[in-house]
Design a protein around this ligand. Structure first.
Ligand SMILES: NC(=O)c1ccc[n+]([C@@H]2O[C@H](COP(=O)([O-])OP(=O)(O)OC[C@H]3O[C@@H](n4cnc5c(N)ncnc54)[C@H](O)[C@@H]3O)[C@@H](O)[C@H]2O)c1
Length: 340
């Protein structure tokens, strides 16, 4: 029998291989949206393993999600993202989310790489937000609000700034004010041209913002549609943070993957669909349709646009594949004998 090897890439190796190169990750994510639109992917639904019986239980006891997939095109790689969420980890000084990615050769189906995917996950979620901002936010957007100053917040901002360098004011809202303050401090150090303001007045922040980006763990909405100004772009990147009026008031509803959003059934637009308040035909586009030129992006400065992203393991597989291919060129990583 032949031998087989697995390449092990820890967080440090992934960093050296370009996982934190935001522009490269944006390119990966855009390609994934287009390949999905062209049907050159396989993406069975996300499998959610929850602890407890209710969303409230899950928010304390946690979950582990499995997201398998195959991505074609220049990537031509299969794999799975295995993501643990331990909401109480902070008590042990550990991050809430941990991500492991396994890549499998699409020909032999053998595993070829095990990688730490923690940065992959935050980078690709930031990049998804950045792609949406490029296509859907006002061209001169200058005021942004980020709700939820956790792990996702820095990459949401980084990618939004690539898409809209005109952003000069950032409101940060978090139920833990100290998280908002810490994020504002690090933002102003990293981007001295940005005025970052931690706030508990989410109404004022929303009323002033061109972009409202939600990455919290909230299961009760705290952003009201009546606060949205003309031209606002609302990013529902997590669960149930914006009320039904935000969706009703929007001129366009755009999503990353509509079937997955309905399957996950936790975001505002999904809950409205379940209640019959939103129909399939009310969804203006998935991002892949806009990137392929089949549907228009933002068409004027007055439109209010709502965007919901559930994310997909295929994006993580694409980013990890790029790093894996870089590792093969540079010899980085640790080779593990799988079958000897
Ligand atoms: N769409 C995607 O592709 C995608 C990908 C990854 C994560 N997410 C989602 O993004 C969210 C944030 O993830 P994270 O890794 O940054 O989590 P995190 O735990 O690191 O940070 C969450 C932050 O939100 C704050 N928060 C919690 N409840 C709040 C509320 N009701 N109001 C205001 N702030 C509140 C917390 O204090 C914390 O600072 C999660 O819901 C996660 O599932 C989405």
């Amino acid at each position: 029998m032949s031998t087989a090897e697995i390449l092990f890439l820890n967080n440090k190796a992934m960093e050296e291989l370009g996982v934190t190169d935001m522009q490269a990750v944006i390119n990966d994510v855009e390609r994934v949206y287009v390949l999905k639109h062209q049907g050159d992917i396989i993406a069975p639904g996300k499998c959610v393993m929850r602890w407890g019986k209710t969303v409230e239980d899950e928010n304390v006891m946690g979950r582990i999600n499995a997201m398998p997939g195959y991505i074609g095109g220049e990537y031509d790689m299969a794999g799975i993202k295995w993501i643990g969420s331990g909401p109480m980890n902070f008590k042990k000084g550990l991050p809430r989310a941990s991500v492991t990615i396994i890549l499998n050769d699409p020909d032999t189906k053998l595993p070829v790489c095990i990688a730490d995917g923690t940065a992959v996950s935050t980078m690709r979620t930031g990049a998804s937000g950045g792609v949406a901002v490029r296509l859907l936010a006002k061209s001169d957007a200058s005021v942004m609000t980020i709700c939820g100053a956790g792990a996702q917040a820095p990459t949401q901002l980084e990618a939004a700034l690539i898409a809209r360098p005109s952003i000069n004011t950032l409101y940060v809202y978090d139920i833990k004010m100290e998280n908002a303050e810490r994020f504002c401090e690090s933002t102003m150090k990293k981007y001295p041209h940005i005025k970052a303001i931690s706030t508990s007045d989410i109404e004022k922040a929303t009323r002033e913002s061109d972009i409202i980006d939600c990455v919290t763990l909230a299961s009760e909405p705290f952003i009201k549609g009546e606060w949205l100004k003309k031209g606002a772009f609302v990013m529902n990147m997590a669960d149930f943070e914006v009320d039904y009026d935000c969706v009703k008031k929007a001129d366009k509803l755009v999503v990353d993957y509509w079937d997955s959003i309905k399957h996950r059934m936790i975001s505002t637009v999904a809950l409205m669909w379940k209640e019959g308040l939103v129909k399939d035909e009310d969804i203006h586009a998935e991002l892949g349709e806009i990137l392929s030129g089949d549907k228009p992006a933002r068409e004027n400065d007055d439109e209010i646009i709502y965007f919901n992203a559930v994310g997909a393991g295929i994006s993580d597989i694409a980013v990890t594949t790029r790093c894996y291919k870089n590792a093969q060129k540079t010899g980085k990583g640790i080779k593990l004998p799988y079958w000897e």
